[in-house]
Structure formats: structure tokens, C-alpha cells
Design a protein around this ligand. Sequence first.
Ligand SMILES: Cc1cc2nc3c(=O)[nH]c(=O)nc-3n(C[C@H](O)[C@H](O)[C@H](O)COP(=O)(O)OP(=O)(O)OC[C@H]3O[C@@H](n4cnc5c(N)ncnc54)[C@H](O)[C@@H]3O)c2cc1C
Length: 458
Amino acid sequence: MSLKEKNKRINQVKLTPEQGLRAPVKPFSFRSVDLFSTTEGFLCEPDRYRYLATSRSRKIIPRGSGLSYVAAGHGNGVVSFSMKHFTRILDLNVNKRTVTVETGITIGELQNVLFSHCLMLPVLPGHPQISVGGCIACNVHGKNSFKNKNFCDWVEEITLLMPDGKTISLKRKDRGFSLTCGGFGLTGLIISAKIKLQKLPLQTMEKKVFPVEDLVDTQKQMKVLSGQWDYLLSWNDLSTSRSSGRGYILAGRFSKQDSQVASNCKYLGLNPSRKKIRLPWINEFSIPFITKLYSLNLKFTGNGDCHFWEYVFPQAHMGFYFDMYGQKGFLEHQVLVPHEKWREYISRFRVLQKKFSVPIIITSLKLFSGRKSFLNFSGNGIGFTINIVNNKKSLAFLNKVDELDCKMQSMANIVKDSRLRSSVVKKQYPAYHNFKKEIRSWSSDNIYESVLSRRLAI
Ligand SMILES: Cc1cc2nc3c(=O)[nH]c(=O)nc-3n(C[C@H](O)[C@H](O)[C@H](O)COP(=O)(O)OP(=O)(O)OC[C@H]3O[C@@H](n4cnc5c(N)ncnc54)[C@H](O)[C@@H]3O)c2cc1C
């Protein structure tokens, strides 16, 4: 739609004073990426600064690209306030290696511009369509969390639209900064952010797969490889309760010389809210078969050179994966386990998997290092991720895994797991009560709410 048509539409919509929002608001059915949550809310997509306003009479939640696995950017009766029209690069200082952007810009769009200046975002989650606002509000990580920690470790300053309508600038030392970074959009709308960049040595990446025997061996080898490689991620086979956990470490580092690798910086757009037919191709019977095929594919295509984009965004062309679970979707559980607990954790986990006989389609490890802060998924340890089919058996299994996580002083990623209860989060995150208190006292106009904030009782 052209800008002229857009303006015409905006002018046609009359808002009642009670609504208070200056841009049109339309009813909208939202779904989270894991398809676990469906909500009936409202969508507001302002396209100019004077429409960036809050309303004391409406519950609101900021929205980036709507790609959170959980319903962090929507809720029943809540207005999702989208930043999709705010995508400008406001300042790029190549010498100082900083960029200031409007937070609706996607990391793919931004990285594409940075390529021509031989610069890169130091932390990139797995899909180019994710917005900078979403990266800050969920303090996301990439495949190099053992080196570069989390996204917000590279954010220097943010501009925030407060619940009372005022705009403030927050630097790292300010009280609201750490509350907003990983604050799930509950402190206000992040309008712009200044981010520190890194030099991009070359656009060619060297990738190599290292075979591993099991999950303990994976941890051991990853620790050794972390000294020589820039990015590390594992893929392990836990497709049946008898599987050994054998698999590969997928290592990547910047090549010493540029080679002729194709740079196809495109992606398959994701839109979980779109109504469509989704057939459950991924199920108990197909999982072992799909796993075998995937393992063979890694073995034969896992070594060689590739473009930086292909390496950091492996899911860019695999949007169909999320639809393959059918209409009920899937469950992701990601947990950060202290290094010294890993051996015991995984042996107890395997006992539970056997007991519940749950096939796991994706099992992956990442190394983490960093500082814990409020409800952020950050700190030191092994990041362990699984994807399973959403059914009664899986839910019962994950309830037991929650207990194991608590026993092993591990913490689950709040923005990846739609069924995580507040009682579990309270046990795993000692800062829960402090975060809640700070959010409540942040502003007397408590207008920000989502399915996530309601479930966690924040
Ligand atoms: C294919 C895929 C791969 C992924 N890989 C990774 C990964 O490797 N590592 C990782 O950590 N995560 C990963 N994620 C999760 C994703 O990075 C986060 O959920 C991210 O927050 C999604 O950003 P979004 O722009 O879609 O935000 P939304 O889903 O729209 O919103 C997410 C949260 O951010 C808040 N928010 C968004 N914009 C703003 C703003 N401008 N101001 C204030 N609050 C705001 C919302 O209120 C909400 O709470 C992946 C997701 C997908 C779909």
C-alpha cells in the first residue's frame, strides 16, 4: 500500500476520546510462533512519531515482528502497539562502530546495510525478520554467547516512550535501562537504540562439523573448541529414549580469505497469526526418520565455506518447519544448566525421557557466558534446547523437567516456553520479586500487559 493510501485510511478512522490512541486500532487474532497461545486483541500500527502515544484507558503491549515463541507481544483485549513502520537508521558511525536505529528495523535489514561497511551486529538470533526492539526486550542470544554474551551487552542507550506518554533517554547506568533490557516490553515502548558494532572480518565463514558421542562429550568438546571457533552450536539425536545423544558440533569462524560464496540475503517470511492449513508431518512416528535424514544432511553438507548470512540465520529458509507440527504446534524448552551440574542433569533428564517415552526432534547445546540480570536468560553454563510435539504426554514430561531444572539450579528461558508457570519462574529466578516490584513502581500508570506478564503475575 502506498504512503498516500495509508494516510487516507488513517484519516478515515475516527477514534473515540476513550481510546486515546492516535493511530487506528483494529481487532486482531494473534498466535505465538509455537502456536500454543491464541488471543483476541487489537493491532495498532502507527506510522509517524505523533501517533506514538499511550492511553491510560487501554492495556497495551509493544510489538516488534511478532516472532516470539511465547505470547509476549499480545494478550486478550490488549492493544499490540507495532513498531513495524519505524525502521530507519538514524546514525551510523563507522569509526566508532556504533549505529542508532528505530527499533522496528529487523536485524536482517540492518545487517544488510552493515555489510557494505564491513560491520556486524555482535549478537544475532536465528532469524533475520526479528526486530531490534524484540532483541532488546527479550535480551536475546546468538550462537556466540560464550564470546559475545547477550544482545543488551552491546546496547549503549535507548529512547523509551513511558507509560505516562513522556519520552526519556536511558544510558547503561540508569535504573530503567536494565529493567527495560529483557523487560518484555513492560516498561514502555523502546523507540530507538544505540548499539555497539563489531568489525566483520570477512563475509565468508568456514564451517566444520565435529562428531560427538553423547551430550557429556558435546560439552567437553565445545569447551575445547570455544578457544578456536567464533560460533558453536550442537545437534544431538535424542529422537527416541534409546538414542545415545550422538551428533555433531556445528562450528563456524571467519575465513582467512574471501571465497566465492553465494550471498543470498533473502528469507522466507514468518507470520504465525496467519490462518492456514497445517498438517502434523512431525509426529511420534516420523521423528526418528526425519532425524536420520537431518543427520545425514549434516554429515555431507556440514563442512566447507558459506556466507555469513547463511551461517547466522540457518532458519531463514525454513519457516515451514513451524507449520509441520500441525495446528497444535510444538513446545520448546530451553534451560541454562551450570557446567558442573551438566553430567548429573543430563543423566536424570534421560531417565525422565525414558519414563515418559517422549521423542525429541531437536536437541541442541550452546555455551553461555555472561551476567545474570532480572528475568534474562543469561549467565554461565550450557544452554540446552529441545523441541517436542505439543500433547498431553509432552506436557506431563515437561512438568517433571521443570522440577529437575529447579533441583539443578538451572533456569528455563521464559520467552521460549509457553507453559512455564510463575511458581517455577519464582524458584529459578531469585530476582523475580525484585523485577516485579521494580516494574510496578516504574510507573503509576500500569498499562503494559501481555499473556506472558499475566501468566507470570508480574
Ligand atoms: C526462527 C526463530 C529463531 C530464533 N532464534 C533465537 C535465538 O537464536 N536466540 C534467541 O535468544 N531468541 C531466538 N528467537 C526468539 C526471538 O529472538 C525473540 O522472541 C525476539 O524477542 C522476537 O522479536 P520480535 O521482533 O519478533 O518481537 P515480538 O515477538 O513482537 O515481541 C517480543 C517482546 O519484545 C517486546 N518488544 C518488541 N518490540 C519492542 C519495542 N520496540 N519496545 C519495547 N518492547 C518491545 C514485546 O512487547 C514482547 O514482549 C528466535 C525466534 C524465531 C522465530
